[in-house]
Design a protein around this ligand. Sequence first.
Ligand SMILES: Cc1cc2nc3c(=O)[nH]c(=O)nc-3n(C[C@H](O)[C@H](O)[C@H](O)COP(=O)(O)O)c2cc1C
Length: 211
Amino acid sequence: MKLMLRSAAALGLVAIIGTSLLTGVHFVTAGRIVEQEKRVILQQLGQLVPDRYDNQLLDDRFTFTNERYFPNGQPVTAWRARQGAQPAALILKFNATRGYNGDITLLAGINASGSLRGVRVISHKETPGLGDAIELEKSDWILGFTGRSLKNPSSEKWAVRREGGEFDQFTGATITPKAVIDAVRMALEYFETNREFLFNAPADDGGNLKS
Ligand SMILES: Cc1cc2nc3c(=O)[nH]c(=O)nc-3n(C[C@H](O)[C@H](O)[C@H](O)COP(=O)(O)O)c2cc1C
């Protein structure tokens, strides 16, 4: 009886230590992922706005949701670049929700005129060697968005080449590029119909990127 109790106590102790360790590792890893994402965002922001703007880009930001254009209840962040109080460009952070392995987080820099300054991938879970060619480190595919707008190409050409569009697909991995193309087009459509709101909404302080 004593032996059984001792074994049960030892097992219980091992379980408690194991669970605590796992919780600790999860906590540290989750924190690191958030930090890594922040670092990448800060690195990329400057590349997606014009050289000349005179406001505090990092502070001139706000977060909103719009289920029609940005599904799954995702929070979308907008950073505004202004020159002499005039809108110069805007950066949107949003998810392409139809990736092969879930959300692909994107940054899109959009000029006040509605043309794209560029698109970058912040994070994704696509398969290495198949879907990860969306990363600038892996291929220059993502640069194909630079200079594009809703009229360039026309809306039916916002698709991969195999489907009559103007964007390259990846061999054996069409789901990933399609998800990105569709999400970027939706972001441009949202920008076109909500330009005033996007530039005029008051800044909020959700998540200070500078810290
Ligand atoms: C293990 C595994 C991982 C895959 N990963 C991806 C991926 O990351 N992105 C993608 O578009 N397709 C991926 N695919 C392929 C898709 O299932 C699908 O076949 C493909 O996207 C369709 O493109 P295709 O018509 O050019 O073959 C993966 C398939 C398998 C079996």
